[in-house]
Design a protein around this ligand. Structure first.
Ligand code: SF4
Length: 149
């Protein structure tokens, strides 16, 4: 049975939630994106949304891994293969995806053709390249600020 303290806490949370609903607050999304963009968070606008949608169609069937193995290019998008690349690029799994920046276009096309849900490998690699460039620019900016007297 629920204790009296739990009952009071629950009631107080419910009251605050209802009260907050009467006072609309400004969205903090823009601030959140500005803060975490250098860490690679995706934006909620523009072409990145379409790329995310494309990548999220992946249901981990492994067909792209097989296609890459057959071509002898399993590690071209990272040491864990193309499927792990797709999961990592969309879910920030902490994989080092830097190697993907040099993946040959013919391989990316072949992987998309092998994929039953047509995950856009070419677009995702472009995304990795853009992110790396942004991170490098942010790092240069930070270094310049630190060097200022
Ligand atoms: S072939 Fe497509 S759906 Fe299957 S694991 Fe690869 S990206 Fe995901």
């Amino acid at each position: 049975m629920m204790s009296f303290e739990s009952f009071v806490r629950l009631g107080w949370s419910f009251f605050r939630t209802v009260l907050r609903g009467f006072f609309p607050r400004r969205s903090q999304l823009a601030r959140f994106e500005a803060q975490y963009r250098p860490d690679g968070v995706l934006t909620t606008e523009g072409p990145e949304v379409a790329l995310q949608d494309g990548a999220q169609r992946c249901f981990s069937c492994g067909a792209c891994d097989v296609a890459a193995l057959e071509r002898g290019e399993f590690g071209a998008l990272g040491p864990l293969g193309p499927m792990a690349f797709v999961v990592g690029v969309t879910r920030q799994a902490g994989l080092d995806l830097g190697v993907a920046g040099d993946a040959p276009p013919a391989l990316l096309q072949a992987l998309t053709e092998a994929c039953p849900v047509r995950v856009p490998f070419g677009g995702l690699v472009g995304l990795v390249r853009r992110r790396r460039a942004e991170v490098e620019v942010a790092a240069l900016g930070s270094a310049a600020r630190l060097r200022r007297p």
